[in-house]
Design a protein around this ligand. Sequence first.
Ligand code: IMP
Ligand code: MG
Length: 199
Amino acid sequence: SSDLIFIIDAEEKIKMMDNLMKDIRKVLITREQLQKRVAEMGQEITRDYQGRDVVLVGILKGAMPFLCDLMRCIDLSVTLDTMVVSSYGDNTVSSGSINIKKDLDKDIRGKHVIVVEDIIDTGITMDSLVPLLKKRGAASVELAICLNKKERRERDVFVKYIGFDIPDEFIVGYGCDYAEKYRNLPEVGVLKPEVYVRG
Ligand code: IMP
Ligand code: MG
């Protein structure tokens, strides 16, 4: 019917994300590429964790889009939990420690934990978080990270599931923010320089 056509047209229009895309200089990874790779990662996890008690731990807020897509591609009865963490991100003091702003809701003793994160950069955050979760008695702790800036790594962190290797550029979208914005952009891109000036 004509109503249906209108809905499809509206969806197509939103898909283009014209307002947000005005601020993007170039797209590095498209919506379609993300969906395809995330589905593959879900299949890998499904294969690797048969018969195990899995907890997906999403690191808020960045992991939200990736977590939502990934969990729906995992054909196991996983449970979900979330954390809000920030690394002190400073090499001079207390490097290797993290600030937990919101902790897990449930005990992870004996569980197979998969930490789900949007991007790994220096690796400092994950390098501190993984041992902490192991110390709490998890049966195993692995990482599923959508974007990997491997050139920037300062800590030797093993990432079992990597979505994409990306160059050393500041990116936004698919959970990644600039000043808390652009997380809802469905593609991964690089901002135009004037956006930073505008602040
Ligand atoms: P690291 O691996 O401890 O250096 O920290 C990774 C965190 O830095 C991520 O969770 C992001 O919040 C942030 N981050 C690193 N690179 C980018 C980027 O290019 N865009 C947006 N956020 C980034
Ligand atoms: Mg983050």
